[in-house]
Write a protein that binds this ligand. Structure first.
Ligand code: PEP
Length: 261
C-alpha cells in the first residue's frame, strides 16, 4: 500500500432493485451472523430507498453502515420521484453511490449533473462513492485511462474533502456479466486513478481517497483483487444479495487488512 499509507478497506453492497422487505431482513440477519468476529473492514449495505429506514433498524448494534444508491442535488423541492441528501441522512445513511454505470446508461446521468450530486452529498455530510469506468469498446480502443480521467475531472472539484470521497472503478463490461477484470487489469487502472488524483488534487488527497473495485466480485476472486496495493475494497452487486457470499468477501478483506497492519 503506497509504502506506509494505510486505508481501511470498505466492502459495499449495491442491492440495486432487489429484495422485498422480508428478504431484506433475512439478508441483513445473515450478513450480521456471517461477519461476526471480522475486524479491520468497513461494511456498507445500499438497499433501495424503500428499505432504508427498516434496514437502519436491522443493522442497529452492528458495525454495518447504510448507504443509498442515488440522491438528488437539491435539499428539497418539486422533483417528483427524487430523494434528497438530508432525507438520506434522516434515514440513517452515511454513504451514497453516485454515477453508477446503470444510472449513466439508463437515466442519462453525466458529468454536470454528477458534479452537482457529489457536491451536494459531501456538503450534506454523506460519503460519496463515485463510480467511474469504461465500456468494452472504449477498453478495446485503448481509451480506458482517458475515460476514467474524464469521468473524474468532469465531477471531482479540488474542494471535495478527501475523507468524504470514495472512488469505485467499475469497468462496465465486468458489471453483472460474470466477467471480472483480472487483478492486474484492475490494479493498473486504479494505480492510474491514484496518480491522476495526486497530480490533479495533490498527494494528500491521493493517499486518503479509497479506490474500490467493482465488477463481478465474488468469494472466489475477492482475495486476489483485494491483495492489489491500490484496491481499497469492493463495490459488490450480485454477490451482495447472498449473505454467505457477501460475508466471505468481507472476510477476505479482513484477512488482507490483518496481513498489512
Ligand atoms: C455493481 O453493480 O456495482 C456491480 C459491481 O455489480 P456486480 O458485482 O454484479 O458485477
Amino acid at each position: 500500500m503506497d509504502g506506509e499509507v494505510m486505508r481501511t478497506p470498505l466492502i459495499a453492497g449495491n442491492w440495486k432493485m432487489h429484495k422485498t422487505l422480508t428478504e431484506a431482513r433475512e439478508l441483513v440477519k445473515g450478513i450480521r451472523e456471517g461477519i461476526e468476529g471480522i475486524s479491520g473492514v468497513e461494511v456498507l449495505i445500499c438497499p433501495p430507498f424503500q428499505h432504508l429506514l427498516p434496514m437502519a433498524g436491522a443493522i442497529d448494534g452492528s458495525p454495518i453502515m447504510l448507504g443509498a444508491q442515488n440522491a438528488h442535488y437539491e435539499p428539497q423541492g418539486a422533483f417528483t420521484g427524487e430523494v434528497s441528501v438530508p432525507m438520506l441522512k434522516d434515514a440513517g445513511c452515511t454513504h451514497v453511490i453516485l454515477g453508477h454505470s446503470e444510472r449513466r446508461q439508463y437515466f442519462a446521468e453525466g458529468g454536470p449533473l454528477l458534479a452537482k450530486k457529489v457536491r451536494a452529498a459531501v456538503a450534506g455530510g454523506l460519503n460519496a462513492i463515485f463510480c467511474v469506468g469504461e465500456i468494452l469498446e472504449e477498453r478495446e480502443a485503448g481509451r480506458t485511462q482517458a475515460v476514467v480521467e474524464r469521468h473524474i475531472s468532469d465531477v471531482i472539484r479540488a474542494d471535495v474533502p478527501a475523507e468524504r470521497l470514495i472512488i469505485a472503478y467499475e469497468p462496465v463490461w465486468a458489471i453483472g456479466t460474470g466477467r471480472t477484470a483480472t487483478p492486474g487489469q484492475a490494479q493498473e487502472v486504479q494505480a492510474f486513478i491514484r496518480s491522476m488524483l495526486a497530480s490533479t488534487y495533490g498527494q494528500a488527497m491521493a493517499d486518503a481517497v479509497r479506490i474500490l473495485y467493482g465488477g463481478s466480485v465474488k468469494p472466489s476472486n475477492a482475495a486476489d483483487l483485494l491483495a492489489q496495493p491500490d484496491i481499497d475494497g469492493a463495490l459488490v452487486g450480485g454477490a451482495c444479495l447472498v449473505a454467505a457470499d457477501f460475508a466471505a468477501i468481507i472476510k477476505a478483506a479482513g484477512i488482507r487488512a490483518a496481513a498489512s497492519s
